[in-house]
Design a binder for this molecule. Structure first.
Ligand code: ITT
Length: 201
């Protein structure tokens, strides 16, 4: 089965490639000659995932999926949420985003947060949405060099390490995107949800 992953984020493409079941082939935007920035003008993760996937489907004609992800911090009323990418400004700079988040959290004891991913799958113009959540907390400073985005400042529940300190396969096993992606794969294969441990890494 062939699907295009509608993302301009090379880290996301690498993550999904690392989780692929051999029955799937996932193409990136470069593989179909798409070099434009995908629009995401919505006010929810659902709306943005949907907009990216439908944009690609209508303009390029491929069955595809797109994800939108937000870091939702409880003490900040769900911020940065859908605005996670541009939290510190239009440059989408992860270092600046994390610095702003840590500054806002400086005096806050409640560090609870979660990553939430919504995947929009569009095939033949029909859409389905899949959600994945990873609970955890915001560290007081960044740790680790793996992953991307906010990974250095997020410690998943049940771990002493940040997402950026975990091996990629372990992050994929417990992450928001990993969970949403496995739901989509199970749906596409017409199977019950596949346990994380059995996915080929
Ligand atoms: P596309 O829209 O092209 O897919 P993007 O980087 O804009 O790429 P999102 O809007 O989904 O992707 O990402 C929102 C922000 O959340 C952005 O700053 C990402 O770096 C960050 N992010 C997304 N997934 C993450 C993850 O698994 N770990 C840490 N940060 C993540």
């Amino acid at each position: 089965m062939e699907l295009v992953f509608a993302t301009n984020n090379r880290h996301k493409l690498a993550e999904i490639a690392g989780m692929l079941d051999s029955r799937f082939r996932v193409l990136g935007l470069a593989d179909i000659g798409c070099t434009e920035e995908l629009p995401e003008e919505g006010e929810t993760l659902e709306a943005n995932a949907s907009q990216k996937a439908f944009h690609l489907f209508h303009r390029y004609g491929y069955d595809c999926f797109a994800d939108d992800t937000g870091l939702e911090v409880e003490a900040l009323g769900g911020e940065p949420g859908v605005y996670s990418a541009r939290y510190a400004g239009p440059g989408k700079d992860s270092g600046e985003n994390m610095a702003l988040l840590l500054q806002k959290m400086a005096e806050i004891n409640n560090r609870r947060a979660r990553f939430r991913t919504v995947i929009s799958l569009v095939r033949g113009g029909e859409e389905l949405l899949f959600e994945g959540i990873a609970e955890g907390e915001i560290l007081t400073s960044g740790r680790g060099s793996g992953g991307f985005g906010y990974d250095p400042v997020f410690r998943p529940a049940g771990y002493d390490l940040s997402f950026a300190e975990l091996p990629a396969a372990e992050k994929n096993r417990i992450s928001h995107r990993g969970k949403a992606f496995r739901k989509m794969v199970a749906y596409l294969l017409g199977e019950p949800e596949i346990p994380a441990d059995t996915i080929t890494m």
